[in-house]
Design a protein around this ligand. Structure first.
Ligand SMILES: [Ca+2]
Ligand SMILES: [Ca+2]
Length: 405
């Protein structure tokens, strides 16, 4: 049994243990080890405390002046920081000894201060002062090409320090700045300031990335971001699932080169300078008719007992539209029982208000009475590039492996 599951909490909980129950009677205990402070942090602690065991507010102020270049730091400010660290480390306040910060308390605090920079491969680099990093980036990172430079910061800062970092970044880069929001922030911003987002992305790069809790490599639905003109959407490409398929569907357009032009209505405003608003009641621009004729090929990809042990499979097809809020739709064909080569011949109609950003999804499933339906392949296609006529579409299994189907 996990007693404590939050990894950050664990790290800060000195006395924490993992408990495992074995065979219902043995209890195994694993101590949670706290990361040791690096040498630089130890040396700073030793210097500022004169080899003491605890750091007082006066000594903390000394550290801020000497090491953090906060020349104007007041004792009040140091006391306030100390209080925050103590609150964070000893939320019940009972275990706090009242003598100041220990080396481990101080280390947690200095982690907040130093902003350890993580590269994309998640290797820790030696801590350097943030302002030096920013200045170096400004000086050298815009030289090689005219394309935007993306700076990713992974911060574990208090709100107050976040504000400080924001100030440093704004001061350093000024008008060169591009906005980067996570999926929750764009949802919130879209709900309250949708117009401003569209206007912003007409002149600036807007990048959206997954929220930090997506540790399982899952993805968010990119539609809200597309509808507000975001140019870059960072995705976890190693997983699979509907959101990733949507993204793959969208970028099949333009020859699959990886760039799709933003629709004009996101770049140009209306006669009264109004911007595109996906929440408004929009007129139907186009009606898409999809007739699902038949499917074949599964018998070449799967063993004859793969779907049903005792009979041929029972396929049906789901047809989706994902796009503007009014355009989302989900239909399905009837189930054709016991047939490796099902013929459905069913037509579905989709009125579309934003065909430019609509994606058509085709997913075949195999019906099971007693279990979850089996998966029989999928594909997603950008509606803007679908040509009329009769087409055969290659389906893929979950991880982009082509089927013969
Ligand atoms: Ca089955
Ligand atoms: Ca069957």
């Amino acid at each position: 049994m996990w007693r404590s599951s939050n990894k950050y909490q664990n790290r800060e909980n000195k006395t924490g243990n993992y408990h495992y129950k074995m065979f219902k009677c043995f209890n195994r205990k694993f101590k949670i080890n706290e990361a040791a402070p690096p040498l630089d942090v130890k040396l700073a602690f030793v210097e500022c405390t004169n080899h003491g065991d605890y750091m007082t507010a006066v000594q903390l102020r000394r550290f801020l002046v000497l090491y953090q270049e906060e020349k104007d730091c007041s004792l009040n400010h140091a006391e306030m920081i100390m209080e925050q660290v103590v609150q964070r480390r000893y939320p019940d306040n009972k275990s706090y000894h009242g003598k100041g910060l220990t080396i481990n308390d101080f280390f947690i605090f200095s982690c907040l201060m130093i902003l350890i920079l993580l590269s994309e491969t998640r290797t820790l680099t030696a801590p350097i002062s943030l302002i030096r990093c920013l200045k170096t980036i400004k000086e050298f990172a815009f030289v090689a090409s005219a394309y935007p430079v993306i700076i990713t910061l992974e911060d574990h800062l208090t709100e107050e320090l976040q504000a400080k970092v924001a100030e440093m970044i704004t001061e350093t880069f000024g008008s060169m700045l591009r906005l980067s929001l996570n999926e929750l922030e764009i949802e919130r911003a879209a709900a309250s300031y949708g117009d401003d987002l569209v206007r912003f992305s007409q002149r600036n790069i807007l990048r959206i990335y997954p929220k930090g809790t997506r540790v399982d490599s899952s993805n968010f639905k990119p539609l809200v971001a597309w509808m507000h003109g975001a140019q870059m959407i960072a995705f976890n490409m190693q997983g699979y699932g509907k959101s990733l398929w949507l993204m793959q569907g969208m970028f099949k357009a333009n020859g699959g080169c990886g760039y799709v032009k933003k629709p004009d209505f996101l770049l140009k405003n209306g006669p009264d300078d109004e911007v595109f608003d996906c929440k408004r009641n929009l007129p139907v621009k186009m009606t898409l008719k999809v007739r699902v004729y038949m499917g074949d090929g599964w018998r070449l990809d799967f063993s004859h007992t793969h779907f049903d042990t005792y009979s041929p499979p029972d396929f049906y097809t789901k047809v989706f539209i994902v796009g503007g809020p009014a355009d989302d739709a989900k239909k399905k064909t009837k189930i054709i029982t016991d047939d490796w080569c099902p013929v459905w011949n069913e037509e579905f109609t989709f009125p579309l208000t934003v065909p430019e950003l609509a994606i058509l999804g085709i997913e075949v499933r195999e019906h099971d009475m007693s279990d979850k339906d089996d998966f029989g392949g999928q594909t997603w296609l950008p509606v803007s590039e679908i040509k009329p006529g009769i087409r055969s579409i290659l389906l893929v299994i979950k991880k982009e492996k082509n089927l013969t189907t």
